[in-house]
Design a binder for this molecule. Structure first.
Ligand code: BT5
Length: 324
């Protein structure tokens, strides 16, 4: 059910540019005018512009480009993923909040999303640049009934879902770089961080961290990554509605996560291959303990990258940083 603030906001939106008086809001919602005023202040803090006209009331002048629960829900077409959203104007890392919520039994499909992270992270605790109001920084908790060995595949499933969503809503066509990057013109536009909570033979929760650079200009990125990072706006010249893109990502994520649980990786693998920019290339794979070089031959139905080394040996790579 809607909070008081949401009720006030929806009245303002439904008024379609006509003023609504504070007294009318107070009467209809059965709270004091002081409380109405406090909620209006809080709505303004979320980036809505409200004009107060003497003796007439309040008019909603503009809606912010925010990724609030209300805005995402207005675009959402899923059954379960994204039906429970926790929105934070700012936080350290959605991934950390999601881990805690997953341990506390947050339901399948819960999404943690923020405008800005102060300690966003990539794999191996590397920092993830998450500037304010310009990107999609979210973590999705899913609880598929699968054994833990299949969890890493959700990185590839998510990569496909995000690619399709970006293609639907922009002129950009990203390439998937195994295992967890999306690139446009060779620069990183998206990173995925998949984490697992599991028993020996059963997944409790998979937490899919998704970072998409959407409306940044180059200067928004830390100098250290300006030569390797890009955003959808930088590539297409157009601002993208982030809430709509979030809803689209969740739509494809639900579709392909369900498909994966029912039919395995094979049907999704074809789609993954059609978007990938790794297979067939000579690459260097940096792993925790060693670095190997060779030609990427393909991925297996388990999502393992098969690398043909110079001595002819085929090596299965489970996780690595790939240099093309
Ligand atoms: C990743 O790690 O690519 C996974 C990133 C996941 C971020 C999401 S945001 C929501 C959720 N909450 C979190 O705290 N994290 C997740 P990795 O493959 O390790 O790549 C990290 C490297 O990418 C860094 O070392 C930089 O070189 C580069 N990088 C950092 N920020 C970037 C950005 N905004 N865009 C492009 N590249 C970036």
């Amino acid at each position: 059910s809607m909070s008081m603030k949401e009720k006030i906001l929806s009245q303002l939106i439904n008024a379609n540019g006509e003023p609504i008086s504070g007294q009318k809001l107070a009467n209809e919602l059965n709270i004091s005018r002081t409380m109405i005023w406090k909620h209006l202040k809080s709505i303004e803090e979320d980036g809505y512009v409200i004009e107060a006209i003497k003796k007439k009331g309040y008019i909603l002048q503009s809606i912010p480009d925010i990724v609030s629960q209300e805005r995402i829900t207005s675009y959402l077409e899923t059954k379960s993923i994204g039906r429970n959203i926790a929105y934070y104007p700012v936080c350290e890392s959605t991934q950390t909040i999601a881990s805690e919520k997953a341990s506390e039994q947050a339901p399948h499909g819960t999404v943690i999303i923020t405008e800005q992270q102060t300690a966003g992270r990539g794999r191996l605790e590397r920092p993830w640049d998450s500037s304010a109001n310009k990107g999609i920084w979210m973590s999705v908790i899913i609880r598929p009934e699968i054994s833990p060995q299949f969890a890493a595949q959700f990185t590839l499933v998510s990569a496909v879902a995000i690619t399709l969503a970006i293609e639907d809503l922009t002129d950009c066509s990203p390439a998937i770089k195994w295992p967890n990057d999306l690139l446009i013109n060779g620069k990183k536009v998206t990173g995925i961080l998949t984490e697992l909570q599991a028993d020996m033979d059963r997944v409790q929760a998979i937490i899919i961290g998704i970072g998409v650079n959407v409306n940044q200009d180059l200067e928004a990125f830390d100098e250290s990554i300006q030569s390797i990072a890009t955003s959808l706006k930088m590539e297409s010249g157009q601002e993208v509605n982030r809430a709509e893109l979030v809803a689209k990502i969740l739509f494809y994520l639900e579709k392909y996560a369900d498909m994966y649980v029912e039919n395995g990786f094979e049907p999704i693998k074809l789609l993954w291959e059609s978007y990938n920019c790794t297979i067939g290339k000579r690459i260097r794979a940096n792993m925790l303990r060693e670095t190997v070089e060779g030609v990427a031959m393909g991925i297996t139905n388990d999502g393992v990258l098969e690398l043909k080394l110079d001595n002819g040996e085929i090596r299965g790579i489970y996780s690595a940083d790939i240099h093309l």
